[in-house]
Each structure stands twice: as structure tokens, then as C-alpha cells.
Design a protein around this ligand. Structure first.
Ligand code: ATP
Ligand code: MG
Ligand code: MG
Ligand code: MG
Length: 474
């Protein structure tokens, strides 16, 4: 079936509306009243207030397409077929309403019924948590999935730090042997492994515990369901695209970038394609983040924006694009997304101004910084040094606006390392100086620093968790 991305998104929302869900608009990318997250990184991140009982929803069945940003995937963009920093997570949620026996057959119906996506059932695999015999039984006996399409995986326990969590079941689509990037006998050669052949499309979480700030897990008074399906991944399957990028969500941005480039076209040279993909990804993230109220700066969310804009600009240079250009892609992002998200088009000129201003600032410092970096690399090579010092990396950051990662990537390309510890120390010392200079007005700065350190997944407290897992046997 050939469907547009807008149709796929709408079908998902319609399907769950038919199953009695209320359709909620996407929340802002900027978390509201939630200091544990830098960005909204999933649909469920916006549902915590319902799951922890602090707010009672009008309807206990909710569906949404949620804008999400994951900075932990920055390095993956353009390298894997399936990761972006900004993506849409389609989700259905049960707040103490339905549980496993409803959600598993529904997921199957949406994916395989000719009325809906109509995917080939033979290409679908699922993973389940080994102790979750109920999920296994539902997939095997109720849905009729053969045993060799069900993989038991210890990893299938979903947890984003504080908040609801529980065992999960993930759905994979077999992209065929030709997409296998590991050997036949590689331990990762199975659905759920690090392997491009089996594309993870949907995660269904059976949320039955609450992860407390003190690290403990307690039973939730009501069992909940939350699910997350990556729109771009599903669209890549529907549109028969080799990666998320050759779909109607990204190709118009890539075509526009080609026009701005020095005669480069997509699909010719691998390194160029990575640059095209990074630009297409980053402009979406930046446009939506600014539309939701974030602005480039030197810390927290602002630093993420700065880093994305600068990375996109450097990749533009790789394609022979001179000067500020990224802002020119905002209208096309707005155009692609406006049927469901009008905010980029609505604020187009403001978003463009912010990006252009940031790009221009970067262009000025970039040329002098690049000179310095070239010199440092040459010097290091001449003196047989293998490392760029933390002091130098910090100078590039502080004086020339080079995010650490830029220096790191350039050094890596030249076969050198960067003294990260040294860099971190310089950074700490500078923060300390800034804190002293600010006197009592420090709460924002110190909060941002905390947020920067928050990772997507937190460590389990294993003892307690094991105890909880034991309860899952039913
Ligand atoms: P992966 O293992 O591929 O990194 P994940 O297990 O981290 O994905 P989940 O946290 O389970 O992802 O999120 C639910 C769904 O959201 C995934 O099944 C996928 O379809 C989608 N998704 C997650 N991260 C990304 C991303 N960076 N870009 C695009 N889609 C994503
Ligand atoms: Mg991931
Ligand atoms: Mg995964
Ligand atoms: Mg997952």
C-alpha cells in the first residue's frame, strides 16, 4: 500500500479513536513541570501526570502523535537508517483501563489488517520479557504468531528514570537478508539485536510499576499501557525507502538542500548523503524546538540547539554551501508538517530570524576557529602528539564557539584524540567562575547543568527490580 506520511499518522489516530480513545494534540517539546527531562523524548513523557494519578483524564484511553527529541541519538543520525534527533512517536495509552489482552491484538490488527497498514504478517517479529508469559501467550495463541517469530529478551523492561515502567514487547519488521549488516552467525543476528535487518517499529509497554525518585519500584495502583511507534520508520516501510530519509517526510528538504549546494546531489556519494541527512534532521529539530520556545544559548536546551545548528552548518560546508543557509529550509519543513503541526509555518519568519542570526554568529567565529584547529592538528602531528589538550579544546569552545563534539570529530578524522577529562575540568572551572560572578542569581544555571547530565535511561536498582520482576509470573 502506498500511503503518505500524513495518511499513516491520521490512520493511527483514527484506528485508536475507533477503539474509544480521545485524540490528544502533541504536547510541546519543552517539558512542563518536569525537571527530570531536558526534552520530551516520547509520548509517555507527556502522560506522567495521568499515570501517577495526579491528574484524572476525561477519557482513560488516549492516543497522540507526539513530537520528540532525543539528543542521545545525535551521533546516529545519518549513520543508522532509523534514527533522528527529532521524530514523531505515535502512541496509544491506557490509564488504568485496558491492558495486555486488548493492546496486543489491536497492535496486530493495525499493522496487518488490509483496512489499515496491511503489512505482511510473515515479516513481523516480536520480543517479550522472559518472565512475561501472558504477553507470550497472547502473541502466540490469540494473535497466532508462530513461536519462531517471538523472541524472549531480558532487555524488555522499559524505564525512563522516574515515573511509570514495566515489561514491554517490541515489534520488528524484517527488511530482508539484503539489509543484514551483521554476519549470519553474529550474536546480534536476530530481531532485537543490533542489526539493520530487523527494524524496531513499535514498543508496547505494560506499565505496572512506578519508579520513585529514590530509585525504588512500587506497584502502580492501576495498570497502564503506553506504546510508541516511530512514524518515520513505519513510513519508510510503507514507502519502500531504504532509510527513514527517502520518504516524503525528508526528501523535499533534501531536494531543497541540493539546490543550495555546489552541484551536489543525493544518492551519489556516501559521505555527502550523510551530510544531507544530518541537515534534514537537524533543521526539523531546530525549527520545532524554536517554535516551542527554545532559543540557542550556551547551556541546557539552548546548547543543544546551538550544537545542532553548528553541526548542520558544518555539514553544509561539506556540500559546498557557503555562509548561512539553514534558515532557508524552514519553509519546506513547515510545508511538510503543517497538516498536523501548523506551528512552524505559523512562526516561520521568527524561526528563520533566530536560526539565521545564530548561523551568522557561527560563520564569523568558525573561520578563525578552523584556522586554530588546523594549526593545533598540524602541531600535534609534527610533534608526534596523539592528543589535543583539554585546554585547547576548551579554548575552541569558549572563544570560537566550537562545541566539544566538533573538535572531537575533526580530531578523530585526523587520527587524534581529545583530552575529554581536561576539557571537562576547564568547563567546570569556568562554570564555577560564572557562578561566583552571578552571586545569588544562580538557580537557573545550576538547574540547567543538572538537566544536561540527565540521560535517557537511568540505572536500575537491581536488587529491588529483581524482586519486582518475580511478580510478573502469572
Ligand atoms: P532503537 O533501539 O531503534 O534506538 P528505542 O528502543 O530507543 O529504538 P523506544 O524508546 O522503544 O526506541 O521508542 C519507541 C519507538 O520510537 C521505537 O520503536 C521507534 O520506532 C521510535 N524511535 C525511537 N528513537 C527514535 C529515533 N531516534 N528516531 C526515530 N524513531 C525513533
Ligand atoms: Mg534508542
Ligand atoms: Mg530499541
Ligand atoms: Mg524500543
Amino acid at each position: 500500500k502506498e500511503l503518505t506520511s500524513s495518511q499513516v499518522r491520521q490512520m493511527f489516530l483514527d484506528f485508536f479513536k475507533e477503539k474509544g480513545h480521545m485524540v490528544m494534540p502533541s504536547a510541546s517539546l519543552i517539558p512542563q513541570d518536569d525537571p527530570t527531562l531536558l526534552w520530551i523524548n516520547s509520548g509517555v513523557a507527556t502522560m506522567k501526570k495521568y499515570f501517577d494519578g495526579s491528574v484524572v483524564p476525561k477519557n482513560h484511553r488516549i492516543t497522540s502523535s507526539q513530537k520528540s527529541i532525543r539528543t542521545n541519538d545525535i551521533e546516529n543520525v545519518g549513520k543508522t537508517a532509523r534514527h533522528q534527533t527529532f521524530f514523531e512517536m505515535l502512541g496509544n495509552f491506557s490509564v488504568g483501563d485496558y491492558f495486555k489482552k486488548e493492546v496486543i491484538p489491536w497492535a496486530w490488527e493495525f499493522l496487518t489488517s488490509p483496512k489499515w497498514l496491511g503489512l505482511d504478517p510473515n515479516k513481523l517479529y516480536v520480543t517479550v520479557y522472559p518472565k512475561d508469559t501472558e504477553a507470550y501467550r497472547l502473541w502466540h495463541e490469540v494473535v497466532g504468531l508462530p513461536a519462531d517469530h517471538i523472541v524472549k529478551l531480558e532487555d524488555n523492561f522499559w524505564d525512563i528514570g522516574e515515573g511509570p515502567c514495566g515489561p514491554d514487547s517490541e515489534i520488528f519488521y524484517d527488511r530482508g537478508q539484503e539489509n543484514n549488516d551483521v554476519a549470519e552467525d553474529d550474536p546480534e543476528n536476530f530481531p532485537g539485536g543490533e542489526n539493520a535487518r530487523y527494524l524496531e517499529i513499535w514498543n508496547i509497554v505494560f506499565s505496572q510499576f512506578n519508579h520513585l525518585p529514590n530509585g525504588k519500584y512500587v506497584d502502580q495502583p492501576h495498570k497502564n499501557i503506553d506504546t510508541g511507534m516511530g512514524l518515520e520508520r513505519v513510513v519508510s516501510i510503507i514507502q519502500d525507502a531504504p532509510t527513514n530519509f527517502e520518504t516524503d517526510l525528508f526528501m523535499p528538504i533534501i531536494r531543497e538542500t541540493e539546490k543550495l549546494s555546489d552541484g551536489k546531489s543525493y544518492g551519489k556519494v556516501k559521505e555527502d548523503d550523510v551530510a544531507f541527512k544530518i541537515i534534514a534532521d537537524h533543521i526539523r529539530a531546530v525549527s520545532f524546538a524554536i517554535a516551542d520556545g527554545a532559543l540557542p544559548s550556551n547551556s541546557g536546551r539552548g546548547y543543544v540547539l546551538r550544537r545542532l545548528i553548528r553541526r548542520a552548518d558544518l555539514n553544509g560546508q561539506r556540500l559546498g554551501i557557503k555562509g548561512a543557509f539553514l534558515y532557508k529550509l524552514v519553509p519546506i519543513v513547515g510545508e511538510i508538517m503543517k497538516s498536523h503541526y501548523p506551528e512552524v509555518t505559523d512562526q516561520q519568519s521568527f524561526i528563520q530570524k533566530v536560526i539565521k542570526n545564530e548561523e551568522e554568529r557561527f560563520q564569523v567565529t568558525l573561520s578563525s576557529g578552523l584556522n586554530l584547529l588546523d594549526n593545533l592538528i598540524a602541531e600535534a602531528k609534527n610533534s608526534n602528539e596523539k592528543t589535543i589538550s583539554g585546554k585547547d579544546a576548551f579554548k575552541l569552545f569558549d572563544t570560537y564557539g566550537f562545541p566539544y563534539e566538533l573538535t572531537f570529530e575533526a580530531a578523530q578524522d585526523a587520527g587524534l584524540r581529545v583530552d575529554k577529562d581536561g576539557f571537562d575540568e576547564e568547563m567546570k572551572a569556568q562554570k564555577e567562575r560564572a557562578r561566583k560572578a552571578r552571586g545569588n542569581l544562580q538557580s537557573m544555571g545550576s538547574q540547567d547543568e543538572t538537566l544536561m547530565n540527565i540521560k535517557d535511561k537511568s540505572e536500575f536498582e537491581y536488587g529491588v527490580l529483581e524482586e519486582k520482576h518475580a511478580k510478573l509470573i502469572d
